[in-house]
Design a protein around this ligand. Structure first.
Ligand code: GUN
Length: 293
């Protein structure tokens, strides 16, 4: 069994990004700049955004963290996004989701310039991805593709089963795996909350991507012998014995599934780290696009 270690794969991606950034600075160019917007103080979002900012620093990027209270007017948030769209020193903009209920996520996403949409959530980028055109790929599916590439996991001609159909992970993941690209060319089945016979379908997956957000949902009896298991879940589960009062759980019951798998991502330390690698790659790409490099 190969452990698909996100620390190893993300370190390799970040190393190449850092080299490119260093070369830019040596040529008297400015560094790529990511602006992250955080609304409210959701604990998980705080952690994710802090990690994104820290990773920017590690590869030599500039980052700006813009914070708003959870009761901020939608209009103020949209105006800030427009300001960042018009700021030539900013290459990538991300608004951490979820947002408070009174703010329309769709409006926020559509206000971000598609050229700075390093999360790849704008309908223009989503549409381009569907058509196989160059676009910003949502960071988590992009990170998973980078993971498959790093460990040279053969995908062509295999059956990939994706559990979850979110715009952030499941849907774009299914498009990438079915695309005619390296580490694509799978036959893909997407499963969701209305899928009958979910267990039988999962059992057919040479590759199984669990992205439904239910801790330890995928059990040993749902997994084909020798399957590649990609666990996208990162749910905080209350645990009084843990220092922080919670533990991070994936969507896969790792201890019972891993003996059956040919390769599996751990949680934490798997896909989460690759999401950041994907985001950094997108930010560098946004920078290059703006200078036509
Ligand atoms: N919330 C959960 N995942 C993501 C992500 O990849 N980007 C943003 N902006 N918010 C998220």
């Amino acid at each position: 069994m190969i452990l698909l270690d996100g620390k190893v794969a993300s370190a390799a991606v970040k190393e190449t990004i850092k080299k490119e950034t260093t070369a830019l600075l040596e040529n008297n160019k400015r560094a790529p700049h990511l602006a992250a917007i955080l609304v409210g103080n959701n604990g998980a979002s705080e952690t994710y955004v802090a990690s994104k900012v820290k990773n920017c620093e590690e590869v030599g990027f500039i980052s700006s963290l813009i914070r708003f209270d959870s009761n901020i007017d939608e209009k103020i948030l949209l105006e800030k996004i427009i300001e960042l769209n018009n700021d030539a020193s900013v290459d990538g903009i991300l608004v951490q989701l979820p947002l408070p209920k009174h703010i329309s996520e769709a409006k926020v996403i559509e206000t971000i310039s598609p050229n700075k949409d390093v999360d790849g959530f704008h309908p223009i980028n989503a549409g381009k991805l569907v058509q196989g055109l160059p676009s910003f790929i949502p960071a988590t599916p992009y990170g998973i593709m980078l993971m498959l590439e790093h460990f040279n996991i053969q995908t062509k001609g295999t059956h990939a089963v994706v559990i979850g159909r979110s715009n952030i992970v499941g849907r774009p993941m299914s498009i990438l795996l079915s695309s005619n690209i390296l580490y694509g060319n799978c036959t893909v089945t997407i499963c969701h909350s209305h899928t009958p016979n979910l267990n039988e379908i999962c059992l057919q997956g040479d590759i199984l991507v669990a992205a439904l957000g239910k801790p330890e949902f995928v059990k040993e009896d749902m997994v084909k012998q020798g399957a590649v298991i990609i666990d996208v879940g990162i749910t905080r589960v209350a645990d009084a014995t843990a220092k922080k009062g919670f533990r991070i759980k994936g969507d896969v019951a790792f201890s019972e599934v891993s003996p059956k798998a040919s390769a599996i991502t751990p949680v934490p330390g798997g896909v989460g780290l690759m999401t950041i690698a994907g985001l950094l790659k997108n930010t560098l790409q946004a920078y290059k696009n703006s200078y036509e490099l």
